[in-house]
Design a protein around this ligand. Structure first.
Ligand SMILES: [Cu+2]
Length: 478
């Protein structure tokens, strides 16, 4: 492993250099770390009417995900997931963060339209929180919906950091006008993978691809706070309508979930209501994606709500759903194979508005070879050569032509804006609003966004390793 350690040292020093260069930052103007620290406070003083006030300490934590199985990680306030932040739309919030994680860190509020300095991404100019230091994030929360917060630090080869760790939680922005709430019970479920390790697929599969580099694989997984079968079951009664807010907070693994004998009526994707509330048997969520689904509890029994992938479910990805007055062991039944298709949630027969400009973005892999790390490119360039990726003018509508020319799946995420899916493969669609879209291997999609939130804006793959290895770019306003 000496070879890896040496490489890691080099890579981390490169990372620190580029981070520092960023913080001195041409992009964010004449902007220093010290100045950035004072900004949130000044901002907070201007906001007298504060609806929420959270304190988060990022620190090492030992999390028992099954009897005797303790994960040593870093977490928010000692729990995984972190505390649920509930904020009213349009109201100011103040979140005090202390970084005792042991490494430079910051918290990204995922899916919100907030200023670049509050967004928790150094690439946009947000301040890093040094070890032992504190920072206050303050912003007006919008839009409403199921959002989340997580570390946006780099991890590079360290599988204990950032999105590989327990540093994630739900951030729910409640609608200003109140919630219709036609459900009996709300259950929040975040998925995560644990005990990551770097592997060469050649060593596992004993075959091609010969030039592929190291990938992250896992030994354990959770849906909720414990491994399947080791937490409290979700207790329901026949006839109830349960709203599940499901989040994939994995470092780099997509998941597909099923609840045998039940179906998911999808109300919202990435927190945004879908125009067609289609009902599906399997819920596929790539990294960072969320779904708000209603399940009608009309099949009494004790069921496994879990990953459709046997290996994933066997390592813990699931939770038991238990009807009242039922006994026996939790039952799992494989569901018929179903292909995830965003367009079933789209508005049929109505095209999206025409864009003012189109931007082509092609994603490719530079294989690292056996024992090496792969690198990722957008239009042939890796971060930081993708700064800027392209520039926008406020008020204009941009269509991104996304072309995944690689054998891996990529959940690509746009910060500080929502986008509308306008095409998946050859299928046009409209009115599905998201902040992350999953591009299966060798596939294309088109998404539109309106440049309506001035400030540096990060665009990246949400696989921690892909982002760390170059799959990121910065969109700048002219
Ligand atoms: Cu990726």
């Amino acid at each position: 492993m000496a070879k890896f350690d040496q490489r890691e040292g080099t890579r981390h020093s490169q990372l620190l250099l580029s981070r520092r260069a960023l913080l001195r930052g041409a992009q964010a103007g004449a902007f220093s770390l010290a100045a950035a620290r004072t900004l949130p406070r000044a901002h907070a003083q201007a906001m007298q009417d504060e609806s929420a006030d959270y304190k988060i300490r990022i620190a090492p934590a030992s999390i028992e995900i099954a009897p005797g199985k303790v994960i040593r990680t870093t977490a928010y306030n000692g729990t995984v997931p972190g505390p649920v932040l509930r904020i009213k739309e349009g109201r100011p919030v103040r979140i005090d963060v202390t970084n005792d994680s042991g490494y430079p860190n910051l918290i990204h509020s995922h899916g919100l339209m907030i200023p670049s300095l509050q967004d928790g991404a150094t690439e946009e100019g947000s301040p890093i929180i040094g070890v032992g230091e504190s920072l206050t994030y303050s912003y007006v929360a919008k839009p409403s919906g199921t959002r989340w917060y997580h570390s946006h630090a780099m991890a590079m080869t360290d599988l204990a950091r950032s999105t590989y760790s327990g540093e994630f939680g739900f951030l729910i922005v409640e609608p200003a006008a109140g919630d219709a709430g036609s459900y009996d019970r709300e259950v929040l479920l975040a998925a995560h993978h644990w005990e990551g390790h770097w592997v060469s697929l050649q060593d596992i599969k004993k075959g091609p691809p010969p030039d592929n580099g190291l990938e992250v694989m896992y030994h354990a997984a959770t849906l909720g706070d414990r491994m399947l079968g080791h937490g409290d079951p979700i207790k329901v009664r026949a006839g109830e309508r349960v709203l599940f807010r499901v989040l994939n907070a994995s470092g780099n693994m997509g998941i597909s979930l099923a609840l045998p004998g039940h179906r998911f009526k999808v109300l919202a994707l990435d927190g945004n209501p879908v125009p067609t509330t289609a009902t599906v048997d399997v819920l596929k969520l790539d990294v960072a994606e969320r779904a708000d689904v209603i399940v009608e509890m009309n099949n009494p029994g004790i069921w496994v709500f879990g990953s459709t992938d046997d290996e994933d479910r066997n390592m813990g990805m699931g939770v038991v759903v238990e009807y009242a007055n039922q006994t026996g062991r939790p039952a799992w039944r494989a569901s018929a194979a179903s292909k995830w298709d965003y367009t079933v949630f789209g508005r049929s027969g109505a095209a999206a508005a025409a864009p003012d400009e189109t931007v082509s973005l092609k994603f490719e892999k530079v294989p690292g070879g056996r024992g090496g790390y792969n690198r990722w490119t957008i239009n042939g360039k890796s971060w930081p050569d993708t700064n800027p990726l392209f520039t926008v003018r406020q008020g204009r509508r941009y269509r991104l032509l996304l072309d995944n020319n690689s054998g891996d799946e990529h959940p690509v995420h746009l910060h500080r804006h929502s986008f509308e899916i306008t095409k998946v493969g050859d299928k046009p669609t409209s009115a599905i609003i998201k902040d992350t879209i999953s591009l299966p291997r060798f596939s294309t999609a088109e998404v539109d966004f309106v440049a309506d939130d001035p400030g540096p804006t990060l665009f990246h793959c949400h696989h921690q390793d892909h982002m760390d290895e170059g799959f990121a770019g910065l969109i700048l306003y002219e």
